[in-house]
Write a new protein. Structure first.
Length: 163
C-alpha cells in the first residue's frame, strides 16, 4: 500500500482506520462515515462480580465523558492535531476552519444529568395539570354547575380520590 502511489484503497474496521490515519507518516486518510457503532462484550463466570464492576466502571466513564476524552486523544491527535475537521451537522457536512469543538454545536453524549431537566419539567407539568383539574372540578361543584367529565378523566379522578 505504501508503494502504490495512492492507487490502492484499504478496507479496515473503522476504529483501526481512524487510529492509523492519525499516525506518522501522515499519508493516510479515512473516507466516509462509520457504518455503525459496535460493542465489545465481556464474558465472566456465573455469579462473578467482575462483570458488574466492569459495567459500572464503563457507564461511569461514559457519564463523566472520559471515553470521549480518550477518543479525542487517540483519534484526533497525532497528524490531525491542530487541523480543522469535518463534521456532519443537520445532515450536511461542514469543515471546521476555526478549530472549534463540536460540543458547542452538538453534545457528544446524552447523560442523565443533561436530560434530567426535561424529566423535571415533564413531571411539574403533569402535577400542575392534575392539580388544576381537581381545582376546576371542585370549583364547578361548589358553584352548582353541572360537571361534564369524560369517562377517562372520571376514572382518573376516582383513582385520585379513592385509592
Amino acid at each position: 500500500m505504501m508503494a502504490a502511489d495512492g492507487k490502492l484503497a484499504l478496507f479496515l474496521e473503522s476504529s483501526i482506520a481512524q487510529y492509523l490515519a492519525t499516525q506518522d507518516p501522515c499519508d493516510k486518510m479515512v473516507i466516509g462515515e462509520r457504518l455503525g457503532d459496535h460493542s465489545i462484550g465481556f464474558i465472566c463466570q456465573k455469579n462473578s462480580t467482575v462483570c458488574d464492576k466492569l459495567n459500572v466502571g464503563i457507564l461511569k466513564m461514559q457519564e463523566d465523558e472520559k471515553i470521549d476524552v480518550l477518543k479525542k486523544k487517540y483519534f484526533q491527535g497525532g497528524c490531525l492535531a491542530g487541523k480543522g475537521r469535518s463534521y456532519i451537522f443537520e445532515g450536511l457536512p461542514f469543515f471546521d476552519t476555526f478549530g472549534g469543538e463540536p460540543d458547542a454545536i452538538m453534545p457528544m453524549s446524552i447523560t442523565i444529568t443533561r436530560f434530567s431537566s426535561a424529566f423535571i419539567i415533564l413531571t411539574l407539568g403533569i402535577v400542575i395539570a392534575g392539580v388544576l383539574l381537581v381545582i376546576e372540578i371542585y370549583w364547578s361543584k361548589k358553584r352548582g354547575s353541572p360537571v361534564i367529565i369524560s369517562s377517562f378523566f372520571f376514572f382518573l379522578l376516582n383513582l385520585y380520590l379513592y385509592p
